[in-house]
Every structure is written in C-alpha cells, then in structure tokens.
Design a protein. Structure first.
Lengths: 269, 172
C-alpha cells in the first residue's frame, strides 16, 4: 500500500505520453520563438584576440565590431563578459574574431586601410557619446583633435570633459580612433589602454613620438576644419582663429591627403 | 599576461533545445492540461531568456529552469484559487468542500478514482511541500537540484518531500 502511493505520485499526469509532448512541443515552439523575437538581444561572436597591442576581447555583431576591449586580467575578463551578456547574446566564434588580429597588425605596420570591420555603436548608451564618436570618425589617420575641438564639433564647445568621458567609455578603441584625441595644449592626454599604446598607435599613423613623449612634436601643422587651410603653429592666421577648430597633422603631406591646402601667409611646405 | 581560457555562456537556444522536453513534461503533469502547459511553457522561456544574462556562469541551469517553471505554476495556482474563491462567495456554496470532504474509501483500490483522490491530496499540501514533491516525483530532480530550484537547503528539500509523502499516506 505504502509503496503504491509513491508509485502513484510518480504517475501523476502520466496520461500525457511522450507522443503528446511531441505534439505540444511542436505547436509551442513557434509561439515561443515568435514571442522571443520581440525581446531578442543582438547576437555577437565573441573571442580573445592576440595583437601587437596586447590581448583584446572582441565582439562582432551582424552590423560590425561592437567591442574591442584591452584585457587586463581574468577578473576584468569576467566582469566585461558579465556586462556584455546584458546587451548581447554571445556565441564563441574564433573564425570571425581572428580577422581582427590581422587587421590590427597590418594597421600598426602602416597599412592605412587595414581596419575593414564596420563599427557597431550598440554599446554606446548616450546620444551625445554617439555623436562624439561619429564626429571622431571624421578625424583622419595622421591627424589628431583636441578634446575641446571634438566637443565643439559635436555641438558642445564647453564639453571637453564630457568628450573625455565618451572616450573613456569607448567600447571599440582603435576602430573608433579615440587615440586621436589629445589635450588642447598639445599634451598627449590619457588612454584607456594606457599611454604607451596610444603613442604606439599615433606613431604608426605618422607622428614622430618617442616612447616617453608627453606632448605632440613641434613640427605638427595646424589644419582649420572650416577653411580647409593648414598652417605652421606660429602663423598669424592661426593666432586669430578659434583653437577648437583645428586638427593637428603629423606633417603637411597628411594634411594635403585630408583635402587641405597650405596657408599662403606662412607657406608651411 | 596569460589569460585562462575564455568562458562563454552557452547560447540560450542550446539550453532551450536541451531542456524544452522535460520542462514541457513537467508543466503538463503539474498543470494537468494542455492549454495551461502551453501557456506556462511560453512564459517559462520568456522569463528564462530575460533573466539569462544575470545567471552566473557556473550555476545549475536545470535547477534554475525548474525554479522558474515552478514559480509560474505556483503563481497560476494562486490566481486560480483567488478567482475560484470569488465565484464561490458570489454563489454562496462550497463545491470544493463537497468534493474533497467525502473520501469514498470503497473506490480506493480503483486506479481511476485513486488518481483523482491523489491529485486532490497533492493539491491540499502546503505550497512548498507540493512543489518539492512535484520536482522530486514528476521532474525527477535530485535533492541538490531541488534545493537549487527552491532556493533552500538540501535538508529542507528532503524534509519537504518526505513530509509531503507522509501527509498523503496519513490522509489516504
């Protein structure tokens, strides 16, 4: 009798056999998929990339590279993945991720168009930060802009600090070139991955920077974003113009390459 | 710096494929009808999907899924009983008491009746004991998993199941 009760409890609902479950599953799957579709997070391939700049945690969605994170240690890795999971459905995918390591290596070796992946700004939460990143994309290789100048371009002339924050929160360094943002006085500024990496990247883009440099070299030329004219830093045209409107080019060649013409007063060639 | 191997969480679809059948079986057997089971099945996976990013990487997925399913079953049972109470109070009678009160012992050995009587008894158990009993006997979880699903100690899980069985036996 007692045994029987335990057996009976185990048989509650056993009138629903496996065939019945099959039928119900088939019907329910579509419903579930349909309901899930509305709340699905974007899918992203995830992997660790070894690059000349160190190890990077990389995520790539269908729209482009969404994360390119300088890794510090295992804790950093765990925390970053935990945060990433809230926004994306992660899938480990070496083949997709490995393309990034080659791109970065070739880029550092001087190949200007090596970074082929598009950028996906999904992880950038604030509209202002997105705007800043879009403006930053206009700063070409071989040029840098000041935090203040970038703020002005993004519609916040007093927002140098906010730009600094945006750069600090840049989820896709290298691809979104936040290493091209420096202090207004020509100081190198900061970098999420550490100053040596910033110097490394800028050097590969044509700036003559020693490994211990703290400022841009003196031979940069100043290009005005509005007039598309570039000058020596001591030109009197430079003194009259708003500082925030300038890009700083590694040399005259980079400035010409960016579509600028030399100044007729200081003739910086 | 050498990093330990990258530990990527299982894709949610894979978890679904792995566990959908047993979850459906559990829901069917607990709810006792197809419509409820289908509803609860959808709700279980929606909730699981929403909560999945916050599930720690090394936790028991199976127990976690059963926890969601069991919570939903409990909520549904509670909503049912509330609605039933309203209807009863309006009509001013007590059909539930009528049915459960009279244990027709002469039919006890009849399997068909035994099943009805048994589900009544299970339904009359306190929620925790009923849930533990379901997880143990219908889903076949072990006590560690039940403890994980019900967020209690293994001993408590064991006690809930054994008390449930003892109570049913004594009322039989």
């Amino acid at each position: 009798m007692l045994m029987k009760i335990e057996k009976l409890i185990g048989s509650i609902g056993s009138e629903f056999d496996e065939h019945e479950i099959d039928v119900l599953l088939r019907r329910s799957r579509n419903r579930v998929d349909h309901a899930l579709k509305r709340i699905r997070r974007p899918e992203a391939a995830l992997g660790i990339v070894k690059s000349p700049l160190g190890e990077l945690l990389v995520a790539i969605t269908g729209r482009g590279i969404v994360l390119n994170h300088y890794l510090y240690d295992d804790d950093d890795l765990a925390v970053t993945i935990a945060k990433l999971r809230l926004e994306l459905d992660l899938v480990e995918d070496r083949r997709t991720i490995d393309t990034v390591s080659g791109e970065i290596r070739r880029y550092l070796a001087g190949e200007a168009k090596a970074l082929r992946h598009k950028v996906d700004l999904t992880l950038v939460a604030s509209a202002f930060q997105k705007k800043v990143m879009h403006e930053l994309a206009e700063v070409p290789r071989g040029a840098v802009v000041s935090y203040q100048g970038l703020g002005a371009a993004a519609g916040a002339p007093k927002g140098a600090r906010a730009v600094g924050n945006a750069m600090h929160n840049n989820p896709v360094p290298i691809y979104v070139p936040c290493h091209r943002v420096i202090a207004s006085d020509g100081g190198i500024g900061g970098y999420g991955g550490g100053i040596p990496r910033k110097l490394n990247l800028l050097r590969s883009e044509g700036f003559a920077l020693a490994p211990t440099a703290v400022r841009l070299p003196d031979n940069v030329v100043w290009g005005h974003r509005g007039t598309k004219v570039y000058c020596r830093p001591n030109c009197r045209a430079v003194a009259r113009a708003d500082r925030a409107s300038f890009l700083f080019f590694a040399d005259a060649k980079s400035a010409r390459h960016a579509g600028m013409r030399p100044c007729k007063i200081c003739q910086p060639n | 710096m050498t990093l330990s191997k990258l530990h990527v969480p299982l894709p949610f679809n894979e978890i679904m494929q792995r566990h959908e059948r047993e979850i459906m079986r559990y829901l069917l057997r607990v709810s006792g009808n197809r419509e409820d089971a289908a509803d609860l099945f959808q709700e279980t996976w929606l909730r699981a999907y929403r909560a999945y990013p916050r599930l720690e990487l090394d936790s028991e997925v199976r127990a976690w899924l059963y926890a969601i399913a069991a919570n939903l079953c409990r909520n549904r049972a509670r909503d049912r009983s509330r609605r039933a109470r309203v209807i009863v109070s309006v009509e001013e009678k007590d059909p539930a008491g009528e049915r459960t009160g009279s244990a027709r012992r002469e039919f006890r050995e009849n399997d068909g009746y035994a099943a009805v009587r048994l589900s009544e008894l299970v339904a009359s158990l306190p929620a925790k004991q009923r849930e533990a009993l379901h997880l143990r006997c219908l889903a076949g979880l072990d006590y560690v998993e039940i403890a994980g699903a019900m967020d209690c100690s293994e001993q408590a899980a064991r006690a809930n199941v054994s008390q449930a069985i003892r109570k049913i036996k004594s009322l039989w």
